[in-house]
Design a binder for this molecule. Structure first.
Ligand SMILES: [Zn+2]
Length: 534
């Protein structure tokens, strides 16, 4: 039994490491642009099988030898067609290689992949993804899908990469009655079949990241509310299990408060023409665009709000509307979403609480296990960890301290709304740095180099000597070119003094009353290491 367990957990580790989102695109994949996914699947809760086909509209943008799509090997592909013509293909290494007759650059083709199989079971959703075949308390199937870490090819044939967002997507998901399907965009119709199955047709007209295309199946009730969003009506839909009905309205009260906060600070809800969706999921949560996965059981934190709801809603602006095209920039999704919570606390409870959230809750959780920006073409399994979340948020906190509030909030607006060179409002870390430099008019690469690309905090050297009347403290940054200003706190003859000092790698000396102690960065605004040299 023990041996079996070991083998089992070993397999699951292999699975989660090997099957991951992002990475380096092949030449064939770089040569195509996915415009639209139309996913038509029957989900059989009894046999735990999915079957059907996916139509993918693809624009050919460069010379390609094969159309290359990602789909796990464990699915059986019965047919592949290009523009309705059956086409030869090979399915190996979790990739479908489709040999087209001839492809013209700038032409658009429709690739159809017919397949079926048992999707992987999620070991630890949403982090280790797959299908969660659960049951609600009333005995009905309750099915969740999570694939941010492992990639969309875990359940549908796709060009699995954050860079290629289709311009729109639709899902036709067929389930046994009386189950419902909650998904992205607007519900078009529910078609009843004679055999007691129904097809739920959802459609989004917005560009969407492949991992955000998602559905949840359950015996749901639908609760709706219209919420004001900068003078426009925003439709909020909550697909909620009967067992969770109580408390659902209160969650929507919080949605209303958060919509007000986000729209005032970051502009209109990005998918105002569709909806803000919430669905009970048999896992913690995920920011699925226009249908947030919610599994936090209405838990409130010590400040009285639902942190998960807040975090996933933050992603509608930071992560879904603004998104990255390479997982090496993942901190832009998570760091900004976590920092939004600090801003919410500041607005609601004041600056002291904001500061204490960042110093007590955030900086202490930074594992410092890797730089938050890794090399280009990173996979999700390479970048994932708590650093992009907590260090990412703290970098924004320090940037604000460095450039001042006025510039900082202008930068946030620009990052979110300025025109990007990448499609679909996608951004890179270097675009972000350019926006900062443009706004402040000076180069602070020294700041980004240390905090984004290195895995150690900068070191401040402190050398103390005692003279006949004074104690002298010499301060310098160990890191060359680094010039983060630092606050110091000490007692002098006029009482307690707090000073902001510009420190560089050249030592500066301050004199304080003899045998007094100096405190460096008393409010813990900066991630640093102090090296005391006596
Ligand atoms: Zn997140």
């Amino acid at each position: 039994m023990r041996g079996l367990l070991l083998i089992f957990s070993f397999l699951s580790i292999v699975f989660s490491k090997d099957i991951t989102s992002g990475g380096k695109l092949s030449k064939n994949q770089l040569g195509v642009d996915v415009r639209h996914y139309d996913i038509r699947l029957k989900v059989d809760p009894k046999r735990k099988i999915i079957s059907g086909h996916v139509n993918i509209k693809i624009k050919i943008i460069d010379e390609v030898r094969f159309i290359e799509l990602d789909l796990l090997n464990q699915y059986f592909i019965s047919k592949v067609m290009i523009d309705s013509v059956t086409t030869p293909f090979k399915h190996r290494d979790n990739t479908i290689f489709i040999k087209p007759q001839n492809l013209e650059i700038n032409s658009t083709i429709l690739v159809t992949v017919e397949y079926k199989g048992k999707p992987p079971i999620a070991e630890n959703p949403p982090w280790d993804g797959g299908f969660t075949w659960s049951k609600s308390k009333d005995g009905y199937p309750w099915i969740g899908v999570s694939c941010q870490s492992n990639g969309s090819h875990l359940w549908y044939p796709s060009k699995e990469h954050p860079s290629d967002e289709p311009e729109s997507a639709e899902l036709h998901i067929t389930v046994p009655k009386p189950l419902s399907v909650a998904s992205n965009g607007n519900l078009q119709n529910v078609k009843e079949h004679k055999n007691k199955w129904t097809t739920w047709h959802w459609s989004t007209k917005y560009s969407i990241n492949p991992y955000n295309i998602n559905f949840t199946v359950g015996h749901f009730e639908l609760i709706e509310r219209i919420v004001p969003s900068l003078g426009k009506p925003l439709r909020v839909q909550f697909y909620v299990l009967k067992e969770n009905l109580e408390g659902a309205q209160k969650l929507l009260d919080q949605v209303e408060i958060f919509v007000d906060f986000f729209t005032r600070n970051f502009g209109q809800f990005p998918w105002i023409e569709e909806k803000l969706g919430l669905v009970n999921t048999p896992y913690f949560g995920m920011e699925h665009q226009t249908m947030i996965a919610y599994g936090n059981d209405y838990k409130k934190n010590e400040k009285g709000y639902d942190f998960l709801l807040f975090h996933e809603m933050a992603h509608e602006w930071w992560g879904n509307y603004l998104s990255v095209s390479d997982w090496s920039d993942f901190w832009i999704h998570e760091g900004f979403a976590v920092y939004c919570e600090a801003l919410y606390i500041e607005e609601k409870y004041g600056y002291e609480e904001y500061n204490s959230f960042l110093t007590k809750n955030i900086s202490k959780k930074i594992p410092l296990s890797k730089p938050i920006v890794l090399e280009r073409n990173s996979t999700m399994s390479q970048v994932f960890g708590l650093d992009p979340y907590y260090k990412g948020a703290f970098v924004l906190h320090m940037l604000r301290y460095l450039v001042g509030d006025e510039s900082f909030f202008k930068i946030l607006k620009d990052v979110l709304h300025s025109k990007k060179h990448l499609p679909n409002n996608q951004i890179t870390t270097s675009d972000f740095i350019d926006i900062v430099h443009n706004e402040i008019g000076t180069n602070i690469d020294w700041f980004f180099k240390v905090y984004l690309y290195e895995n150690q905090y900068p070191v401040i050297n402190q050398k103390t000597t005692h003279g006949s009347n004074h104690t002298f403290v010499e301060l310098s940054w160990e890191n060359s070119d680094f010039s983060m200003p630092v606050e110091v706190f000490y007692k002098s003859n006029i009482g307690f003094t707090k000073k902001k000092l510009v420190i560089t790698s050249e030592p500066i000396m301050i004199a304080i009353p003899q045998y007094n102690k100096i405190r460096i960065d008393p409010d813990k605004r900066i991630l640093l290491t102090i090296d005391k040299k006596q």
